[in-house]
Design a binder for this molecule. Structure first.
Ligand code: NAP
Length: 299
């Protein structure tokens, strides 16, 4: 059935650059329809220098909620009236709620990733040894939530080592309890010798060449995944790629053949989106409808 809009239709939107790959509009519009809301969700590609102009304009329009994606998650903070503790600690905002004409920043990426790993993939985070690759907004958005789950260890690897090191120091300041935290360069020589020690490896970079060396040639323009021997991960370990939409159906099978669990970021998109919807509306998100809109199977 074709949806109808009215003069009072409210707007929710995604801002980022790029956004053309995003599956959030499909997921959120399916949810609005199920909830019977007179609302629409659109994606806007916003160049870096226009973030302030766009947020100022949205603040005076009938916009009730905004999602923020790369690379604007830290940049938007300067334009908000308030910020939640989760967003403040991570220094990254992915969800903006408008309340009484004020913009309040939240971060639902952490809860989204943890729910994806625990509830969709049925993998334990507590006591796991975890490697996260990347130290940008997405990594910052999830590491504090990972810490709350009490993993055995959390190692951060990033191309710019100083950013990994800073994130590791910020985490250590929050640390209560006995969790090993360290930073390493994104260098195969530093990571490969111990790659079989990790229970979970998370790709939080914006590069999605999640292709172990062995199968890289024909399906990834000859590139591999930062030279890491992902197929040497231990059996039943999880490789979680926060990116999605690369049309790489072959990858999951290749990991499976090597006894390793693989997921792309759609499961995280589902749960960060469901939590954002709850913050915007107070409604219980229609999670099965949202999962189906993303083409995901029930766990
Ligand atoms: P960001 O703040 O721009 O950070 C990008 C990260 O990727 C940095 O760690 C950067 O390393 C690294 N990187 C970029 N190009 C690289 C290269 N050529 N080689 C090695 N590392 C490179 O972006 P973000 O906000 O963290 O987002 C990262 C990705 O996560 C995006 O693709 C986003 O779509 C995805 N994401 C998905 C979900 C979901 O729900 N599935 C949620 C959040 C984010 P340097 O620090 O060295 O530049």
């Amino acid at each position: 059935m074709k949806r109808e809009f009215s003069p009072t239709t409210t707007l929710f939107c995604l801002i980022g650059d790029p956004v053309s790959h995003s599956k959030s509009p499909a997921m959120m519009n399916a949810a609005f329809e199920t909830l019977g809301m007179d609302s629409v969700y659109l994606a806007f590609c916003v160049p870096e220098k226009e973030v302030g102009t766009v947020l100022n304009a949205l603040s005076v329009m009938n916009v009730e909620g905004i999602n923020v994606t790369a690379p604007h998650k830290d940049r938007v903070i300067a334009y908000l009236d308030e910020i939640s503790p989760d967003a403040l600690i991570s220094g990254a905002v992915n969800t903006i709620v408008k309340s009484r004409w004020k913009f309040i920043g939240h971060n639902t990426d952490g809860i989204g990733l943890i729910s994806a790993i625990k509830d969709e993939l049925l993998v334990a985070v507590s006591d796991a040894r975890i490697l996260i690759i990347g130290a940008g907004g997405a990594a910052r958005g999830v590491v504090f939530s990972i810490l709350k789950e009490k993993p055995a260890s959390l190692t951060i690897a990033n191309r710019s080592f100083d950013k990994a090191d800073l994130l590791s120091s910020d985490l250590k300041k929050e640390l209560k309890g006995n969790i090993e935290i360290d930073a390493v360069p994104l260098d195969p020589e530093a990571i490969n010798p111990d790659i079989d020690q990790f229970d979970i490896i998370i790709n939080a970079t914006s590069i999605s060449k999640a292709t172990p060396k062995d199968i890289s040639n024909d399906i990834s323009q000859g590139d591999d995944f930062f030279g890491l021997d992902l197929f040497q991960m231990k059996k039943r370990a999880l490789f979680y790629d926060m990116n999605y939409g690369m049309g790489r159906d072959d990858i999951e099978g290749a990991f499976k053949k090597n006894g390793i669990l693989y997921s792309n970021g759609l499961t995280m998109l589902l749960h960060q989106g469901a939590h954002a919807l709850y913050l915007w509306t107070g409604e219980t998100p229609p999670i099965d409808i949202m999962r189906a809109a993303l083409g995901l199977k029930k766990p």
